[in-house]
Ligand binder design. Structure first.
Ligand SMILES: [Mg+2]
Length: 165
């Protein structure tokens, strides 16, 4: 188990992620964050572009699962609109929910990737579970706390950039 929260891959957006990034390394299962990864906090419904991205991933044989720390109705809303299973209030970076979901869906950590926008929740959870960790830039900083958190993560983002991920 590692607590060094540097992602394996860092991109500006989910739309820069191609299915081959995952299939090439044996990953078949994607644990997808919602808030600021798939949609900004200010957007309350799925878009055609999101649906297209999900369908492209699925067409390549990948299974997607929404794993969100959000306790409200957003996980259900996006899961229903995108036709995906979900688990809300996942308490990332604690690994329990992710491990339960992998076991329930029949995938090993080596076959699983996290896609998220936060180092101290998504990336750290991926590390603790032994999964492939993809970090994307938060879509929007809708309040000062999100921006502050981003800067607290900056050393790890810089390290990832140095590693040329
Ligand atoms: Mg997020």
């Amino acid at each position: 188990m590692s607590f060094w929260p540097v992602p394996d891959v860092m991109k500006r957006s989910i739309y820069e992620l191609s299915p081959r990034l995952f299939t090439n390394r044996g990953v078949r299962f994607l644990l997808l964050d919602i808030d600021n990864t798939l949609a900004p906090y200010t957007l309350h419904e799925a878009t055609p572009r999101m649906r297209g991205w999900v369908r492209d991933m699925e067409a390549a044989g990948l299974r997607l699962f929404i794993l969100s720390n959000n306790r409200g109705s957003r996980p259900e809303t996006f899961a229903a609109a995108l036709g995906l299973p979900y688990r809300k209030h996942a308490r990332k970076p604690f690994p329990r929910a992710a491990r339960e979901v992998m076991a329930q869906e029949g995938f090993t950590p080596a076959e699983t990737a996290f896609i998220g926008d936060q180092i101290y929740t998504d990336t750290l959870c991926a590390r603790r579970c032994g999964c492939f960790a993809v970090l994307v830039r938060p879509i929007a900083f809708s309040n000062i706390w999100l921006r502050l958190r981003y800067w607290l993560e900056f050393p790890f983002r810089l390290k990832a950039r140095w590693n040329n991920l």
